[in-house]
Write a protein that binds this ligand. Sequence first.
Ligand code: NAD
Length: 339
Amino acid sequence: MKILVTGGAGFIGGNFVHYMLQQHREDQILCVDKLTYAGNLSTLADVLDQDNLTFVRLDICDREGIYNLFEKERPDIVINFAAESHVDRSIENPEIFLQTNIIGTSVLMDACRKYGIVRYHQVSTDEVYGDLPLDRPDLFFTETTPLHTSSPYSSSKAGADLLVLAYHRTYGLPVTISRCSNNYGPYHFPEKLIPLMIINALHDQPLPVYGDGLNVRDWLYVEDHCKAIDLIVRKGRTGEVYNVGGHNEMRNIDIVKLICQELHKPESLITHVTDRKGHDRRYAIDPTKIHDELGWLPETTFTTGLKKTIQWYLTHEAWWQDIISGEYQQYYQNMYGGR
Ligand code: NAD
């Protein structure tokens, strides 16, 4: 099989490329990435010279470029991780989110229609369902929960999901969608909660927590997510959506405290900053469908996953040092003031 992975120089896509190269040596991986601020070729540095991996720098919105690539490479499966993915950035500048997340998805699917594929898989998010109240721990998102987005990011992802399902119904494109909860693990860009707190704590810098920090997220170790996508693409039913969740709800503030404990840093580093506009309170996924149909369950407990993640950041300083010097400095200043 030739598998086209878009966004493979990003966090989850990069982990997925590593996972596939380890688990399915018989497959060819063709990785396409525009290398935006969030894409980092050093994420793939240790595998770039492998015969079964090809990297192409390309924008998924570039219709001609994508068609040419399909003409030449004829992928069997397309897995779309490429996206503008950061909610805060979508609040500052929504337009690029509509471009990449919606137009880019349609370009990829048009190429799939034109050249034929076995499967198009869209990596989506639980944020398309909106949020749940903190005082109703009995409520969870299922695949039939109505889409009810809060941010330009989640709206663009929901728009793309609708388009994917429409391409299935209208053109018979063999699609699947996965909607997952918050991922964490190696190669996670330092603007996201867990790496941000690890790196700031290592530097004895303030740990900026939005609002009261009581917002709840359902955390999923990225390798468990990669396994779920691999299963859905090979065995999931076309036209179907699969929720992928970690069964692991945590309050942001408790995660930051755990990181302080693991790194032996004082909780006095925690500073509460102005809450994100429209900040969702709780996300919680019901992954019953993927468990019942495909036998998937998250395998990594949060305690183990967090220890592994912290260890990874401790042993891969060169990877994140490169990122936090550069454009990221300006972004950080705008969001949280000086370091
Ligand atoms: P990321 O921001 O780390 O990586 C995105 C990658 O896409 C980057 O390498 C970037 O260069 C590339 N990219 C962006 N625009 C592109 C374009 N126009 N053409 C080609 N490449 C482009 O994101 P991530 O956290 O790895 O997320 C991957 C996918 O998973 C996204 O679709 C996201 O919506 C979804 N998701 C992520 C999470 C999470 O917790 N990280 C949770 C749910 C869903």
